[in-house]
Design a protein around this ligand. Structure first.
Ligand code: PGA
Length: 232
């Protein structure tokens, strides 16, 4: 069995109660790698408590007059080992484009920080049967890069994020198989993952791990997901 990978995206929230306890489910498990993505403010203390940490975003420009931003290059001086690139919140609220996101992936590879590139279609695009077209376009900016990229893809259908509306395991598997046909890398599923649906999702042949938002803000729920992923 290949080791599963769970990413806890805490978004703009403090770490959930109990995150630092010795038996915290956020600690990497023998059968499952766990990485937490806290706000920049909490990176250091999470790392000091023994968790593996990543950044929720980072700018590709190394330095300069970008008030409030943090560059991926500056992340080299933090305990970050991973960075999310192109999460749908960043695409929506910060207007990040595929081209810009590709430069973040390059900056992360240069900084030796593992990029997790987030892609996924909207509800409207799915209804118009454009899912594969959208995924292909979101991946196309990587085509000029070395084919042996050390990166992870997170398939997160926008219509399933943060609203309890999970893709079925079959829908997720279909999208993952398509992504795998384009790029043979580790692929995570994200979008309303809960303890109740984690086992079914993780059992799919092309789902290598999960990216979890809401359910990672509750230690009990996250423990349920870890259990579901390590008992199969
Ligand atoms: P969700 O978020 O699990 O709350 O749907 C996933 C994500 O945004 O990464």
């Amino acid at each position: 069995m290949t080791k599963k990978f769970l990413a806890a995206n805490w978004k703009m929230n403090p770490p959930p109660e109990g995150w630092e306890k010795p038996d915290s489910p956020f600690r990497t498990h023998a059968d499952c790698d766990v990485v937490v993505f806290p706000t920049f403010l909490d990176l250091e203390r999470c790392s000091k408590a023994g968790l593996i940490v990543g950044a929720q975003c980072g700018r590709s420009t190394h330095h300069g007059a970008f008030t409030g931003d943090v560059s991926i290059d500056l992340l080299k001086h933090t305990p970050c080992r991973y960075v999310l690139c192109g999460h749908s919140d960043r695409r929506n609220y910060h207007g990040e484009t595929d081209e810009e996101i590709a430069t973040q992936v390059v900056a992360a590879l240069e900084a030796n920080i593992h990029p997790i590139l987030c892609i996924g279609e909207t509800e409207e695009e799915r209804a118009k049967k454009k899912t594969e077209h959208v995924l292909k376009k979101q991946l196309s900016s990587l085509s000029t890069m070395n084919s042996h990229l050390s990166l992870t893809i997170a398939y997160e259908p926008v219509w399933a994020i943060g609203n309890g509306k999970t893709a079925t395991a079959a829908q997720a598997q279909e999208a993952h198989a398509f992504i795998r046909s384009q790029l043979d890398v580790r692929i995570l599923y994200g979008g309303s993952v809960k303890p109740e649906n984690a086992a079914e999702l993780i059992a799919m042949p092309d789902i290598d791990g999960l990216l979890i938002g809401q359910s990672s803000l509750d230690v009990r729920a996250f423990r349920g997901i870890v259990d579901a992923c390590t008992s199969s």
